[in-house]
Design a protein around this ligand. Structure first.
Ligand code: CA
Length: 242
């Protein structure tokens, strides 16, 4: 079943093979169990401003910039754009609300699969739309010795967020990689779209409440129900990728 997915990818992109050198990990919802906090903060702060965004819908916007999430919801209700002041104040409140939660924990299975990847001599990289200043510290604290600082792509590196392919294209550039030399690990539909649009083999890991089919429709080449499941199938997937 993995082999079929790989063959379909190679045919669609015209590559003879995948020569795996790097594995590009999204952060929220893939490495850290932070999405419940984000979804909760979005829902509460939007309600506070009379805007309706359910926790479930927040997952579908995951990866989008804060400004564009606010504007989409505002447009839907009022048929016009939110003002920059409104966007700024809602986003500031959302960040403050998010920070009332404790530090998010590692997603179960993430550390284990990273150990396997590292042991095989592959390069793990982080590609996130997050712009939290504590991000680098959190990564080095929770995943010591795994990620290189200069091989990271964050909100500070890119102009367009996901679903634009830019973050993944930048990761290829930073890692001096061709699209068939890396794979993407994502949990959200917009992130999957970004990986697929960058021409990379994209693995979806459904760590949230959304229907897995949404991730396949977004362009995922393969779907796992959890990071633990992804970790336990890593060897099989690796074999299929060779
Ligand atoms: Ca994510």
């Amino acid at each position: 079943m993995f082999q079929e997915a790989v063959t379909r990818y190679l045919q669609a992109h015209g590559y003879p093979q995948i020569q795996l050198k790097a594995v590009l990990f999204d952060m929220d919802g893939v490495l850290f169990n932070s999405m419940p906090y984000h979804a909760d903060a979005w829902h509460k702060v939007m309600e506070h401003h009379g805007l309706h965004l359910s926790r479930e819908e927040a997952y579908l916007h995951e990866g989008r910039t804060g400004a564009s999430t606010i504007n989409i919801v505002y447009q839907r209700q009022y048929g016009k754009d939110a003002t920059p002041e409104m966007i700024q104040s809602i986003y500031a409140e959302k960040s403050a609300e998010f920070n009332t939660h404790p530090e998010p924990e590692r997603i179960s299975g993430a550390w284990e699969v990273l150990q396997k990847i590292k042991a095989e001599g592959l390069t793990p990289m982080v590609v996130t739309g997050s712009g939290q200043h504590s991000l680098l510290d959190r990564l080095s604290h929770n995943f010591p010795g795994i990620f290189h600082r200069n091989l990271m792509v964050t909100a500070f590196d890119v102009k367009y967020g996901k679903p634009h392919p830019e973050p993944y294209l930048m990761a290829l550039q930073k890692g001096r990689l061709q699209p068939n030399e890396a794979i993407v690990i994502e949990n959200a539909p917009l992130g999957v779209q970004a990986g697929a649009a960058a021409g990379l083999f994209t693995v979806a890991v459904n760590t949230g409440p959304i229907d897995g089919q949404v991730l396949l429709d977004a362009g995922a080449n393969i779907l796992f129900p959890s990071m633990q499941d992804f970790c336990s199938h890593w060897e099989d997937l690796r074999k299929a990728l060779e």
